[in-house]
Design a protein. Sequence first.
Length: 265
Amino acid sequence: MASKSKSWTARRIHLWIGIILAIPMALMAITGSLISMRSIGNIDVPMSWLGSESIPEHLPITAYLETSDGAIWLGNAQGLTQIKDQQITPVAHFAGQEIVGLAALQGSALPIVATKMAVWSQADGQWKSLLKGRVRQLSSLANGQVLAIAGGRGDMADGKPMVSSDGQQWQPYQNALMANSAMPPLDNPRVALHQFMREIHSGAYWFGKGIGEMIWSNLLGLVLASLSLTGLWMWLKVERQKAIKRVKFNQHPVLNTANQINSGD
C-alpha cells in the first residue's frame, strides 16, 4: 500500500523548525548562563577547543612595564610574568587572570597591576586589591605618582580617578576631577543600540549589574534549555513508537491490512 504524503502545514513546519533548532537553542541557553557567571568563576579550557581563533606561538601582550631594577614585566590574558637577568618568573597570584595595565611609582622595583576588575599592589609580600571595579586606566604621572581610574561594573560606570604615592594609600585626583567638572554638561546623550539591547538581553535593564543580572540569565537559560531538550525528547519518543508500529505492521501485513479495513481506515 502506498503511503500518503503529508502536506507541509504551518503546524508541521513549526514542528520541524523546533526539532532542528532544539539542540542549538539549548546550547545558546547553557552557554549564555555560563557567560553570565564569568565574574564569580575562573574555569579554563584548552585553547585548542576554540574554533574561530588560531593558536598563537605566544600570547598577545596586554600590558608592558620596565621597572627601576631593570626587570621587564609582561601582562597577557593568562597572567603576569617577570623577566630579569634572563630569568622568566610567572607571578603565581595572577595565574589565569587577564592583565590590562601596569604602572610603577618613581624608583620602585615593583609594579602596580590592573586586572579587569581591580587594581593590585604588593605589601609585605602579599598582593592586595586596593581599588575595585572596572579598570579603565592605569598610568604613571609626571610627578612619579600612579593614576588609576576604576569603579563600577557597566560600560557607563562612574570610574573615579585615584592617585597614589606609595601604592597603598589612594586619594581622589583633584586635577582630573576639576578638569572633568569643567567639561560642558551632557545634552541628550546617546548610546549605541547594541549597548541598550545588551542591557535588555542580560536583564541588567531591570535588575542592574550583579546578582540580579546573573539570576535572570541563569533562570531563563534553564527554562529555554529545558523546553528545547524536553521537546526533542518527546518527539523522539513519538518517533520510536511509530517505528515500533511500523515493525509490527511489516511482520503481519495481511492481518493489519484487514484490521484497517474493518476499522474504516
